[in-house]
Ligand binder design. Structure first.
Ligand code: MLT
Length: 271
């Protein structure tokens, strides 16, 4: 499905039905280089417990692209316009994976009243180091020169747990297809936006919304000590490591991921 928000048509899914108005709403925000297809197991697996919304960020999936950079603030505004256009004004649970987590932090920083809870998956609070910024610039040049295939070549071998590459070829293929659901302006737009994003470390201690941290135990792109400090800094947060999963635990181990989310939802008593 697509809807119009300021400047772009946005692709999205909505598990909502007239009977689901009393359920909590979860907005799922994908990482890079992915699309809302990342969240298919959550759309099907969580629809009886929540109104599940997933969207394509600008430049990804079925959403229009514009010229970059796409700051995290711009993407956070797109997410809020999306909720406005669906007529959702009550606070929602924001679930962001990796770059989706950077956007979730930005939403919390700018629109805390719209956040009922946070689910942060395989993300980090710190801004890019100087080396990471330089690496973003190199990747932007590479994608401009060689197209989407360049980012697939870079990211696909790192994004799943090491064993998945030999034991789950269908999953590797599924992720490859999702990675091709991207565009050059989208990729270069978010690479520049991530390079310039604010550091959210100081925000962590101010988070009062219930927060669930879900991380793949074999995430090759995350640092365990960084995750543990994020957990310590967000008062009352819950942290679960998902076994046999890399950077996309919701896709590699959907049952485990969904069961943690369902358990988390029981803490929202007025649902
Ligand atoms: C992602 O999965 O969204 C990216 O790995 C995040 C990043 O490049 O910092």
């Amino acid at each position: 499905m697509r809807l119009q928000i300021p400047n772009i048509m946005m692709g999205y899914e909505d598990s909502g039905s007239p009977g689901s108005t009393s359920l909590p709403v979860i907005l799922f925000i994908h990482g890079n280089p992915l699309s809302r297809k990342l969240w298919q197991p959550q759309l099907t697996g969580l629809a009886d417990s929540a109104r599940v919304l997933s969207l394509d960020l600008r430049g990804f999936g079925e959403s229009d692209s514009t010229s970059g950079p796409y700051s995290m603030e711009m993407l956070a505004d797109d997410c809020m316009s999306f909720l406005d256009h669906l007529g959702i004004s009550k606070p929602v649970i924001i679930c962001g994976l990796s770059m989706g987590g950077y956007i979730a932090f930005t939403i919390y920083r700018i629109y805390p009243k719209r956040v009922r809870g946070l689910i942060l998956a395989d993300t980090r609070a710190a801004a890019d180091s100087l080396d990471a910024k330089k690496n973003r610039d190199r990747t932007i040049l590479l994608v401009e020169k060689e197209g989407v295939e360049a980012i697939v070549r870079l990211m696909l071998p790192q994004i799943l747990s090491p064993n998945a590459y030999t034991t789950r070829p269908e999953l590797v293929d599924q992720v490859r297809k999702i990675m091709h659901d991207t565009t050059v302006p989208g990729l270069t737009g978010v690479l520049a936006g991530m390079r310039d994003r604010l550091d959210s470390t100081d925000l962590l201690t101010t988070i009062s919304a219930p927060t669930l941290l879900l991380f793949g135990e074999e995430d090759q792109l995350a640092s365990k000590p960084e995750i543990e400090s994020m957990h310590m800094a967000i008062i009352g947060s819950q942290l679960h490591w998902i076994p046999q999963a890399g950077h996309l635990p919701n896709l590699e181990q959907p049952e485990i991921f969904n069961s943690h989310v369902k358990q988390f939802l029981t803490s929202f008593t007025d649902k």
